[in-house]
Design a protein around this ligand. Structure first.
Ligand code: SF4
Length: 233
């Protein structure tokens, strides 16, 4: 398993105190990515599945407030075989598992079975626009959204809001979500920031991505009007 970052955080990537693994490599190229140093599959270091399981289990005393282990990236599902092995082993040991994914994997429904808390990014409802800014369209992402809403009784959708990319049309998002959303699905908006800007090699192309409080409120209000539950973490 190739990993470029790991460490504890509290309630940012799943509930409680969690040990978070950042798996190397990503198939998207989001122009605002704050982990650009991990996009390359060669980033970080190789660990065996057994090493990861052993390390994760050794962190158990620290999993307070409903915590556990989170896998994110990069895009963790690019290493689906290893990821499933680790998730299965941790579940068997009673460890709470979380996955944070860009939702482009065809294997998400299969992986979902071993994930207690599922966080799925959704960056744009329009495939052409998504492809322009990330290099990938949203057909599989939508298939996954629709399938996971049927399969799971918990789903956390994360929407990064970026001025000039996706912050103009809350209605477009809400209309799509409302068609498929289960009552247990929650929506979180992540406001654009530039914390990862210095990690980019070459030109950082987002020029004015910051989003106003009014824009955020328009998303929250629109979602709530469609009966979609919004959260902040
Ligand atoms: S999906 Fe996430 S890790 Fe991949 S490029 Fe986009 S923001 Fe970065």
């Amino acid at each position: 398993m190739r990993i470029f970052g790991k460490g504890f955080n509290f309630a940012q990537d799943g509930p409680g105190n969690r040990f978070v693994y950042h798996l190397s490599g990503c198939n998207m190229r989001c122009l605002w990515c704050s982990n650009a140093d991990g996009m390359d599959m060669a980033a970080g270091k190789e660990y065996s599945v057994e090493e990861v399981i052993k390390e994760a289990l050794s962190c158990r005393p620290m999993f307070f407030s409903g915590g556990g282990v989170t896998f994110t990236g990069g895009e963790a599902t690019l290493q689906a075989e290893e990821l499933i092995k680790v998730l299965k082993a941790l579940k068997k040991e009673g460890v709470h598992t979380c996955l944070e994914t860009n939702a482009t994997s065809k294997r998400l429904a299969e992986i979902s079975e071993f994930v207690d808390y599922f966080i799925m990014d959704f960056k744009h409802f329009d495939s052409v626009v998504l492809k322009e800014y990330t290099g990938v369209g949203n057909e599989t992402i939508k298939e996954n959204f629709e399938a996971l809403n049927k399969l799971r009784n918990q789903l956390h959708i994360r929407i990064p809001l970026i001025n000039g990319v996706n912050a103009k049309n809350p209605q477009g998002f809400a209309e799509y979500f409302a068609k498929y959303s289960s009552p247990n699905t929650v929506y979180e908006f992540l406001l654009y920031h530039e914390y990862g800007k210095e990690k980019w090699q070459g030109e950082y192309k987002i020029k004015d991505g910051f989003v106003s409080k009014e824009t955020l409120k328009s998303f929250v209000d629109t979602f709530e009007a469609f009966g979609l539950k919004t959260i902040t973490t």
